[in-house]
Design a protein around this ligand. Structure first.
Ligand code: PEP
Length: 251
């Protein structure tokens, strides 16, 4: 989208240990070494790696992010991690409302809304994920589902600098399946129009809308070239520096 700086964001999910920091180092160096500086890059690592990831990436343009945060700052929530903790460990961004969190942990739109606000309270940029399931797509409900998720998950205080929307069709995540360029265009155009209703058309016009779901170097040029696609959220292919850098080269 004209005037929007593209973002390529990795999501390592529940993958990666100390040895993976080498891959992260290679990603950082790749962005140092000549990739279009117009493209912003981020890798959302497991919380266990965050502080070391921040160190590895500190002299590179690539930023470290978290994958989820609790809505509260601290308290009796064993096993949970707050936005403030992620920020303290070096994160600049956090993913909220990923479909795996929605499915595995029963996260509702209202919970995702609260997590986005928690991210802002901690000084993090929230990457808010939405997307339809296979059944919803087959029933022709894709755009209705997106409207509902936008209304429920994206706070009215969202701005182009504190929030990023990621459109991730659930059936395309980790499956190797992708929507057609036309379907991606329809979804992203719809998302931008719906955002305008929540946050106003000027802010909506500048908000980054990422596509996520089986992005690879081989399909990145096509998917990232679609109107209103302002970058990618990349799962599996972000675990290998060569693949992640190959996707970023689509710009
Ligand atoms: C994701 O989980 O955000 C994702 C897009 O995964 P993958 O690229 O592996 O489909």
């Amino acid at each position: 989208t004209p005037g929007i700086r593209p973002l390529v964001a990795g999501n390592w999910k529940m993958n990666g240990a100390s040895a993976s920091l080498n891959e992260l180092r290679a990603i950082g160096h790749g962005f140092l070494g000549g990739l279009d500086s117009e493209t912003e890059a981020l890798v959302c690592v497991p919380a266990t790696l965050l502080a070391r990831a921040a160190e590895v990436l500190s002299s590179t343009p690539v930023r470290p992010g978290g994958q989820d945060c609790h809505a509260e700052q601290n308290g009796a929530h064993t096993g949970d991690i707050s936005g403030e903790m992620l920020k303290d460990a070096g994160a600049t961004h956090v993913i909220v409302g990923h479909s795996e969190r929605r499915a595995d942990h029963g996260e509702t739109d209202a919970m995702v809304h609260a997590k986005a606000e928690a991210a802002w309270r901690a000084g993090l940029v929230a990457i808010i994920c939405i997307g339809e399931t296979r059944d919803q797509r087959d029933d022709g409900e894709t755009l209705t589902v997106l409207s509902r998720q936008i209304a429920g998950s994206i706070p009215a205080a969202a701005t182009p600098s504190n929030a990023i929307v990621a459109y991730e069709p659930v059936w395309a995540i980790g499956t190797g399946l992708t929507p057609t360029a036309l379907d991606v265009a329809k979804a992203h155009t719809h998302i931008r129009a719906e955002l305008a209703a929540t946050i106003g058309s000027e802010a909506a016009g500048k908000m980054r809308i990422l596509y996520g779901g089986s992005v690879k170097p081989s399909n990145a040029v096509e998917l990232l070239g679609v109107d209103n696609v302002d970058g990618a959220l990349v799962g599996g292919a972000s675990l290998k520096a060569a693949d992640f850098l190959g996707i970023a080269e689509a710009y």
